[in-house]
Design a protein around this ligand. Structure first.
Ligand SMILES: Nc1ncnc2c1ncn2[C@@H]1O[C@H](COP(=O)(O)OP(=O)(O)O)[C@@H](O)[C@H]1O
Ligand SMILES: [Mg+2]
Length: 325
């Protein structure tokens, strides 16, 4: 196998930062059972629920090289399967008569496999991340791959027009729900050929573990960051989605600055505000949300440190948020 041929495959090594709390382990075990039984796994859920990370972890556990494919609005069948390429044009300059310039064209187009074909031939694991960003018809080639273990390709002199899928070939899909911008409704025929596992925001224990592992902050800081994040998520669920990514950003900056969420510090307030409030709100809404973030920081400070601050009034904050959203 030439190197060129395998271009795009990666060997996934274990991630020391992969957090496997009991709730994640349950999903990993279930997914691995499906994959071992040659059933495609589809991880679906809102952004920031760990779909891509989990897909990579499952791929690592399958111990085969991995092909990564990201769904794309512009994709056509050839982007998955392959295309005729290698159109060669070479220039010949006659050394004796300088005015003679010959152009030689090699018109025998060469078929070049794309990632789906390579993975099917070699028995690799294909991760098709956010596959519903591609238009449904671009994914049609997958139907026979998943159903009959056959990939159809345009027939040519060397190729029969189809290939049999290698027994080690596995596929892991991820997608954001249909209501997300820029995604397409997947054809039922394709959804019917995979098992969909619905992921939601992690439980509190897992969120704390992810923030601590990914950023290196203390478990106490991770607890406070996640406490603030989860309260804010509950209060603003109708206005914006808050994923663990916000918690990771706050943790990273605290760690970098050697700071903690331990006293009212304008810098800490600012990074929490930046990380938690999405870019889609106008200034007025942002300012109101910022006040709520400040209240939540106070709520999650240690009691003795906040004794001198006005008591946090959950009901009052909830009212303010209702008025806001
Ligand atoms: N099991 C996990 N262990 C450690 N970090 C995780 C885990 N799951 C998700 N993360 C982290 O959370 C963030 C969001 O995860 P990601 O897989 O990108 O979500 P999605 O693909 O659903 O948008 C990433 O920064 C990722 O590193
Ligand atoms: Mg992702």
């Amino acid at each position: 196998m030439s190197k060129d041929y395998l271009q795009g495959s990666v060997l996934v090594s274990p991630s020391e930062e992969f957090v496997e709390t009991p709730s994640i382990k349950k999903i990993v075990d279930r997914s691995m059972s499906y994959l071992h039984a040659n059933i495609p796994v589809h991880l679906t859920g809102p952004t920031g629920t760990g779909k891509s990370t989990l897909a990579m972890h499952l791929a690592y556990k399958l111990k085969q090289p991995v092909m990564l494919l990201f769904g794309d609005e512009e994709f056509g069948t050839s982007d998955l399967v392959g295309d005729k390429m290698g159109y060669r044009k070479s220039k010949l300059v006659d050394n004796f008569i300088h005015s003679v310039l010959k152009t030689e064209e090699d018109v025998s187009h060469r078929w070049v496999d794309n990632r789906l074909t390579t993975a099917c031939k070699e028995g690799f694991t294909l991760i098709y991340d956010e596959f519903n960003r591609s238009r449904p018809e671009a994914n049609n080639a997958l139907l026979s791959v998943l159903e009959e273990g056959i990939l159809t390709i345009p027939p040519s002199e060397e190729e029969t027009g189809y290939i049999k899928v290698h027994p080690n070939f596995r596929i892991i899909f991820t997608s954001n729900p249909y209501e997300y911008a820029g995604v397409h409704k997947t054809q039922d025929a394709l959804l019917d050929r995979m098992v969909s596992i619905h992921l939601d925001y992690f439980d509190e224990v897992t969120e704390r573990a992810i923030v601590a592992t990914r950023t290196g902050v203390t478990s106490e800081d991770a607890m406070k960051i996640v406490g603030i994040l989860r309260d804010f998520r509950l209060m603003t669920s109708s206005a914006q989605a808050i994923s663990i990514r916000a918690g990771i950003i706050i943790g990273k900056i605290l760690k970098q600055k050697g700071m903690h969420i331990e006293r009212v510090n304008p810098f800490v307030t600012d990074i929490c505000t930046d990380a938690l409030i999405s870019g889609r709100h106008n200034n007025e809404t942002r300012e109101k949300m910022r006040r709520i973030v400040i209240d939540l920081i106070q709520k999650h400070l240690q009691d003795d440190l906040v004794a001198h601050l006005p008591a946090y009034d959950e009901q009052e904050t909830a009212h303010r948020l209702e008025a806001l959203i």
